[in-house]
Ligand binder design. Structure first.
Ligand SMILES: Cc1ncc(COP(=O)(O)O)c(C=O)c1O
Length: 383
């Protein structure tokens, strides 16, 4: 039995997603820009996906843009807002625990003369609202804050931030990286006063290399990709039709069953935590109780998370030591920012669940984790 507990890295596509992609690759493979029938059919298919996503977001069709995923959406927003609004100011605000697609983009902008404030987080991985208020300046043009952290699952107060920004006299754009929250928290960008929202399909059982960006009407943003003018000239390039149709299926299934899914995943996470606490000694839970439903980060003290990960892989159990994109680098910047010690970071494992998991898998996984942790601790103690 394969037990996949690395759903923050990526998820298994729904069957409907695969079927829709096969349709787009084998039957309706036309270019949506072609004026003949094969093009028009595909153009309509894309329009329907955009319409459906807009409906779930409570947004307008023209506010939804397809991109290659979270990384591109984050880059497009941060660079696009910074370049288009530099006359109003060059100050940007973010947090220390963002995904590298945000942090490295801000680093790049710093080298181009922009000023960036990186907000600290507390031991729960959450920013201080007063710090955020204090960081705002006359020349601030963009606040970019992730909704849910991908390593520990902490939830930032994006509703409070959005409300605060919307009451300011001058325009400060608010971008939310919603890659780990879309489908795991039931929200709409307009309810939180979000101007820009990044979403990635492969975190919600869709295909890799596709996602969307919500851009509120009248946002002043410079396109990053120029060319043939697709996506209302915001994102040129022939559309990734199989990806877009697959994304559409993933969003439809995710959003139709969102309440039940969240409840199911939350219960599985609680079971996982209880089983770990009841069966394994010397652990430290790095995720806070009020975190997102699908992520649980736990340190198994005295052992190396990376070694445990490979021991579990031998048993067909898949977990992560941090985020997939940064797990090859030493020391998680997220756990370090939360004040977690190096020893605790060394033994950290991120479990991330999806609605495709079940109770039997959780109980089996913890049984194996207990055995492997004991085995590793025995080896270390004998040295
Ligand atoms: C919070 C967050 N933002 C952005 C990304 C990047 O998304 P993508 O893999 O679609 O480029 C990830 C992926 O792990 C993520 O977790």
């Amino acid at each position: 039995m394969e037990i996949y507990l690395d759903n923050s890295a990526t998820t298994k596509p729904y069957k409907e997603v695969v079927d829709k992609m096969v349709y787009a690759l084998t039957e309706e493979y036309g270019n949506p820009s072609s004026v003949h029938r094969k093009g028009v059919i595909v153009e309509k298919d894309i329009k329907n996906v955009r319409k459906e996503i807009a409906k779930f977001l409570g947004a307008k069709e023209k506010e939804v843009f397809f991109t290659s995923g979270g990384t591109e959406s984050n880059n497009a927003v941060i660079r696009g807002i910074a370049y288009a609004n530099k006359r109003s100011g060059k100050h940007l605000i973010t947090t220390k625990i963002e995904h590298p697609s945000v942090l490295n983009t801000f680093k790049d902008l710093e080298s181009e003369g922009y000023n960036v404030t990186y907000l600290d987080v507390n031991d729960k991985g959450v920013i201080d609202f007063e710090d955020f208020q204090k960081a705002l300046r006359e020349d601030t043009i963009l606040v970019s804050i992730m909704h849910v952290n991908n390593e520990v699952g902490s939830i930032q107060p994006v509703d409070k931030i959005g409300k605060y920004l919307s009451k300011l006299k001058r325009k400060v754009y608010f971008h939310v990286d919603g890659v780990q929250s879309f489908g795991k928290i039931d929200f709409k960008p307009s309810r939180y006063n979000i101007d820009l929202l990044s979403v990635s399909a492969h975190k919600i059982h869709g295909p890799k290399g596709i996602g969307f960006l919500y851009v509120k009407e009248n946002t002043k943003i410079k396109p990053i990709l120029t060319g043939g003018g697709q996506e209302s000239a915001f994102r040129s390039g022939t559309e990734n039709v199989p990806g877009i149709l697959g994304l559409g299926e993933a969003v439809r299934i995710t959003m139709t069953g969102i309440k039940e899914n969240i409840e199911k995943i939350k219960n599985l996470k609680e079971l996982l935590l209880k089983e770990i606490k009841d069966n394994i000694d010397d652990i430290k839970v790095n995720s806070s109780e009020d975190g997102v439903c699908h992520i649980l980060n736990v340190s198994f003290l005295g052992i190396k998370g990376e070694i445990l990960l490979h021991y579990l892989e031998e048993e067909n159990i898949y977990v992560s030591t941090g985020s997939a994109c940064s797990s090859k680098k030493k020391g998680s910047h997220v756990l370090l920012s939360m004040g977690i010690s190096n020893k605790e970071i060394e033994g950290a494992i991120r479990f991330s669940l999806s609605s495709m998991n079940n109770e039997e898998e959780i109980i089996k996984a913890v049984k194996v984790i207990k055995e492997k942790v004991e085995e590793l601790r025995n080896i270390i103690n004998k040295r």
